[in-house]
Design a protein around this ligand. Structure first.
Ligand code: ASP
Length: 400
């Protein structure tokens, strides 16, 4: 019997679970195999995003189409994020995992959080940071939003060129995009080993950690994220060309990648490849997915709101309705700052908690189980982008 790529990844995951369960913490020795997989995917991400987007943009006829795409995309991102933050708050209000957590105990139990955590950025700073000051640096730092902005500007410039150069560039971008897609195919050959290794390390490390308040915290976050995923499936069912079952079947290896790598950036390469296989229009997904990988963080937003309320409960702090407005706005702003890397959201959660004058030591407890939270955060983050791409694609159908 021939086993497809999804089947091979599943075998890798099951082997990882087995190894992790048997070897426990000793299985950490296979971590470099997982890291290699993540590195290879991130290596492909920046040029893949750049050339895919340029190839997609050169097929657009005018700026109006681009503006419409951007408006719909950002509208979807913002709406789902507010819902996600509210669900995170709601889940914690319901389960109250932080109530009764004794602060003095927690401070001694957790490693002390060292160094400066950083400050919440202003809206102006966030927007300005999206503009690359230097083309090479945008690539060197793998800053996806800056690469998207650069590709957008070049794409608009290409539209203004004469037919001859424009056609030549379109072929060039198309070929280069094809080259990097090929590279991702190659990297995916090692996915079963890489994903298996990452799963093994997670199982080995967290097998026995789940008790008490952290378990309730995790249940709250996962519960709220399941509600979001259900919402996505309903949106797909009614506003896209994909039935949820077909969508989930066709995207299985992507979710294995998001959960195992816990990196939106590493998963972006696989997401672009998956969107191509789903036959989503390139001009839509090459725009929505990279922007989403950095900006649309529904899973992380649930976690951020949950950490905040968990900490407030432990500290005995209650919020006024006006505080909640600040909490939502700041949460939206901060959720973009995870950088799409493993654990990125945890650093942001600490900044969030600090910005609202809550004790950072309590929030730091979540650090002990962060990988488990990050697995679902990253998966929901990327699922939001894929669903957004499918919805925008349907609404754009028939338009050039
Ligand atoms: N690692 C996640 C991501 O890449 C962010 C998070 O830590 O919540 O999207």
């Amino acid at each position: 019997m021939k086993v497809g790529p999804g089947g091979r990844i599943l075998i890798g995951m099951l082997a990882g679970v087995g190894l992790g369960a048997v070897l426990g913490e000793r299985v950490a020795a296979v971590q470099p195999l997982g890291d290699l997989f993540i590195t290879l995917l991130i290596l492909a991400a920046a040029p893949l995003v750049f050339f895919n987007l340029l190839a997609g943009l050169t097929s657009l006829r005018d700026l109006r189409t681009l503006g419409r795409l951007a408006g719909k995309t950002v509208g979807f991102f913002l709406t789902t994020e507010i819902v996600a933050l509210s669900l995170g708050l709601g889940a914690m209000a319901l389960l109250r995992p932080g109530v009764g957590l004794r602060l003095t105990e927690t401070v001694t139990e957790t490693e002390t959080v060292s160094g400066a955590v950083g400050e919440a950025p202003s809206v102006g700073a966030v927007l300005l940071d999206m503009i690359p000051t230097n083309v090479v640096r945008a690539f060197a730092e793998g800053n996806v939003v800056q690469i998207v902005i650069l590709a957008l500007m070049l794409g608009i410039a290409t539209m203004a060129l004469g037919d001859g150069p424009r056609a030549r560039l379109a072929t060039l971008f198309e070929d280069l995009a094809g080259l990097f897609r090929r590279l991702v195919h190659m990297v995916l050959w090692v996915a079963p080993v890489g994903i298996g290794a990452l799963v093994a390390v997670t199982v080995g490390r967290y097998g026995t950690d789940l008790i008490g308040p952290t378990a309730r915290f995790l249940a709250g976050v996962w519960g709220a994220q399941i509600v979001i995923v259900t919402g996505y499936m309903l949106l797909l069912r009614f506003f896209s060309d994909y039935r949820p079952a077909r969508f989930l079947r066709a995207t299985g290896s992507l979710w294995a990648t998001t959960a195992a790598t816990t990196s939106s950036l590493a998963s972006l390469s696989v997401g672009l490849e998956t969107a191509g296989r789903l036959d989503l229009p390139r001009r839509v997904y090459s725009f929505v997915l990279p922007l989403g990988a950095q900006l649309n963080k529904d899973g992380t937003s649930v976690m951020l709101a949950a950490v905040l309320l968990f900490t407030a409960q432990a500290a005995g702090v209650t919020f006024s309705p006006a505080d909640f407005v600040t909490i939502l706005l700041l949460g939206m702003l901060l959720s973009h700052g995870t950088g799409g890397v493993p654990g990125g959201g945890f650093v942001v959660a600490l900044i969030y908690v600090q910005a609202l004058n809550l004790p950072i030591e309590v929030a730091a407890i979540v650090g002990g189980i962060y990988r488990l939270v990050d697995m679902s955060n990253t998966t929901v983050n990327i699922m939001g982008d894929m669903v957004g791409a499918a919805l925008v694609a349907r609404s754009e159908a028939g338009r050039a």
